[in-house]
Design a protein around this ligand. Structure first.
Ligand code: CAO
Length: 475
């Protein structure tokens, strides 16, 4: 008996090892066919018909104002199901800020919250917590940009979330990273100042300047979106979520990288590409404001064009790129500068940049910015017309690419917005209007969280999803 058992065991072992060899060679064959054994076969569906990049990802969106909503709007455009949690009765504070149409959500809100669903929950109410816990269990990512400590005060600590759903990525925008300012509340311009942008923007003789581009808010939202996508990618390997932090100061500094480069170059002598060098103005201990100097090695400046007396945007950015110096001289009627030793090399031109740009401006002032654009681009001279927001809104090519989109909204009517600036050939973004406050509360409770009708009635009757009545508020 014992011998027979042994030989039976041997036979089974042999069969098992044959199976392993077969499976291994199958895996190798698949790897060869796909280039990577983990990937499915390339889809044969038409481009744009194979779902979206983030189809299947569900986001618990606790964001408000601008930085966080920018991030979750991008994720929604890439196909994530974004469920925006808002305070009952009030919602995201921007719904009521800078209102232009009475009774309608502001453009501030609508332009930052496309393609999302809205549910109202009082996160401090016991029944509200119950709903939030269910959302945590069913979502892949929680995104928030509350003031430091606010999420913890709601009871939604990392430990609590991670215990409920170890796969969840918890992503936050804060004003500052750990350090002396970590508890501070921060808005756009605070971040621009603390991140090095303001001290390096503006004119030497003037005060620091903030920029119109929302590098603190929207810039940090973009950084956070990248962090989230990377965390989801890593989760495919590890099976677990992680915390993702994008501090606004860090985001702005990342965008001001070239200025920290210049700070270190100061040790080696004056920054010759700054026009103050040509003007003989000494450099101080830190990077100065550079006016309209170009940030790279090719000098540039903003010059007046025809009509500048009445049109505040009749200007062009003109770059005197070295390889096209000859073409520039010909255009402006200074052919001798092509061979004159005082002008012929970029180095020789540095002390005379002011004079050179004044001469080029005499020429640009005889043309509209669009004429300068056309003439210069024909001979490869890089120039940029100063486009007003009116011109951008009316530009047909931006409408065609979906970068500027007209959207219809039930309470405000048609308005323009900026669509997804990132274009992908197999994940096509459609811009859908922002949700009304609490518009999707019922469908989320029922279809996403699968609460029974009885539970939904209990939660609703508790007041956790609605604004307190006036008398209650007063009390
Ligand atoms: N139910 C109940 N309470 C809610 C809630 C909900 N659904 N949503 C928010 N709240 C509560 C918070 O819990 C918090 O309460 P406590 O302070 O009592 O804990 C309160 O609302 C206010 O939140 P907040 O402090 O984040 O909001 P604020 O308007 O005072 O500050 C801001 C706004 C932007 C300065 C701050 O959130 C912040 O510094 N965020 C991080 C940096 C950031 O993203 N800045 C960019 C803003 S865009 O320019």
């Amino acid at each position: 008996m014992a011998t027979r058992k042994k030989s039976k065991g041997k036979g089974r072992a042999k069969a098992a090892s044959r199976k392993v060899v077969k499976l291994k060679s199958k895996a190798i064959a698949a790897k060869k066919a796909n280039g990577n054994g983990h990937l499915p076969r390339p889809s044969s569906k038409a481009w744009g018909q194979a779902g979206k990049a983030l189809t299947g990802v569900r986001i618990l969106d606790f964001t408000h104002v601008q930085s966080g909503p920018t991030c979750t709007q991008l994720l929604a455009w890439f196909g994530a199901d974004v469920i925006k949690v808002e305070r009952p009765g009030v919602g995201d504070i921007t719904r009521g800020q800078l209102v232009d149409v009475k009774g309608a959500d502001s453009l501030y809100f609508t332009m930052l919250n496309h393609n999302k669903r809205s549910i109202t929950i009082d996160s401090k109410h016991p029944q509200g917590k119950r709903v939030l816990n269910e959302l945590i269990k069913t979502c892949d990512v929680l995104v928030e940009n509350f003031a430091p400590g606010a999420l913890d005060r709601m009871g939604l600590t990392w430990e609590h979330i991670h215990k409920l759903n170890p796969r969840m990525v918890v992503a936050s925008v804060k004003g500052f990273g750990p350090g002396p300012y970590e508890d501070c509340k921060v808005y756009e311009n605070v971040a621009q100042c603390a991140g090095g942008s303001a001290s390096t923007t503006g004119f030497r003789e003037g005060a620091p300047l903030v920029t119109g581009a929302q590098i603190g808010d929207s810039g940090t939202g973009l950084h956070l979106a990248l962090g989230i996508v990377c965390a989801l990618f890593q989760r495919n390997r590890t099976g677990r979520g992680q915390k993702v932090l994008a501090a606004m100061q860090d985001g702005v500094l990342n965008l001001c990288r070239v200025k920290l480069r210049d700070q270190q170059r100061l040790k080696a002598g004056p920054l010759t590409e700054y026009s103050q060098y040509g003007e003989g103005v000494p450099f101080g201990a830190s990077v100065p404001r550079a006016g309209n100097d170009s940030g790279g090695g090719q000098p540039g400046w903003i010059l007046k064009c025809k009509g500048w007396e009445n049109d505040p945007d009749a200007y062009i950015y003109f770059i005197t790129q070295a390889p096209v110096w000859g073409e520039i001289c010909d255009l402006i009627g200074e052919p001798t500068w092509k061979t004159d030793p005082d002008y012929v090399t970029p180095r020789a031109r540095l002390p005379k940049l002011k004079k050179i740009f004044e001469r080029i401006e005499q020429w640009t002032m005889t043309k509209t910015k669009f004429e300068v654009m056309e003439i210069c681009n024909k001979v490869d001279i890089p120039v940029g017309p100063i486009l007003s927001m009116k011109e951008i809104a009316e530009e047909p090519s931006l409408r065609k690419t979906g970068t500027v989109v007209e959207v219809d909204h039930p309470t405000r009517g048609k308005y323009l917005t900026v669509g997804n600036p990132i274009k992908m050939s197999d994940s096509i973004s459609e811009v859908k209007r922002s949700p009304l406050l609490g518009e999707h509360t019922d469908e989320i409770l029922k279809d996403v969280l699968k609460f029974s009708a009885k539970d939904i009635a209990e939660i609703k009757n508790s007041g956790a999803l609605s604004a307190p009545k006036k008398e209650e508020k007063a009390a």
